[in-house]
Design a protein around this ligand. Structure first.
Ligand SMILES: CC(C)(COP(=O)(O)OP(=O)(O)OC[C@H]1O[C@@H](n2cnc3c(N)ncnc32)[C@H](O)[C@@H]1OP(=O)(O)O)[C@@H](O)C(=O)NCCC(=O)NCCS
Length: 161
């Protein structure tokens, strides 16, 4: 992979590439892919009132990853990290880390103080939890059976101010 990696605002024409990445990870159910499509198109078009902010990473002149975050409604300075995915052929090369660091920097610039990430507690998501822990996110809550029987919700936090 040729460095440096480019991180830029997502555009409408990135949608097919982003959805392909989401599907290729094999992590998301069809219903989640539909939600990703909706969130991506709202954020890339910057619809009025849309709180989602989307950025893509480009590597080797292709879209290699997507991150989407936004201010959490009814909070002071809390931001949710809603979506993150890196193309499997580009994983373990620091792209996920770069995208999260970029989002944290942007959140700081927008006077955010706390980032919240929710993910699944099942074994398949162990690498995802390891990733967030490596980046300094701390497990603050675990809600049993939240997503499905046997599938807890893990809530991770990182102060960024
Ligand atoms: C989680 C994800 C975004 C990580 O992206 P990535 O570009 O591969 O991650 P990075 O290369 O930046 O990894 C940074 C560090 O996280 C940890 N990490 C990343 N992937 C890991 C894995 N599969 N197992 C264990 N640790 C991992 C490592 O410590 C890594 O540093 P190292 O490679 O120097 O050891 C990517 O694996 C992905 O898209 N997964 C599927 C979708 C997903 O889980 N999204 C998040 C939903 S909440």
């Amino acid at each position: 992979m040729n460095r440096p990696l480019l991180i830029r605002c997502a555009r409408g024409e990135d949608e097919p590439a982003v959805l392909e990445i989401i599907e290729r990870t094999g992590f998301f159910r069809p219903v989640e892919v539909d939600i990703a499509r909706e969130v991506f198109s709202d954020s890339a078009e910057m619809k009025p009132g849309c709180t989602y902010q989307s950025y893509v990473a480009e590597a080797d002149e292709a879209v290699a990853g997507w991150i989407c975050f936004g201010a959490t409604p009814c909070t002071l300075g809390t931001f949710d990290l809603y979506w993150l995915a890196v193309d499997p052929s580009f994983q373990r090369r620091g792209i996920g880390r770069d995208l999260v660091c970029y989002a944290e920097e942007e959140i700081r610039r927008q006077h955010g103080r706390l980032v919240v990430v929710e993910t699944s507690g099942i074994q398949r998501y162990a690498p995802t939890r390891a990733f967030y822990e490596r980046l300094g996110y701390v497990l603050a809550a675990r809600i049993p059976e939240f997503y499905a029987p046997g599938d807890d919700k893990c809530v991770y936090l990182k102060p960024v101010s």
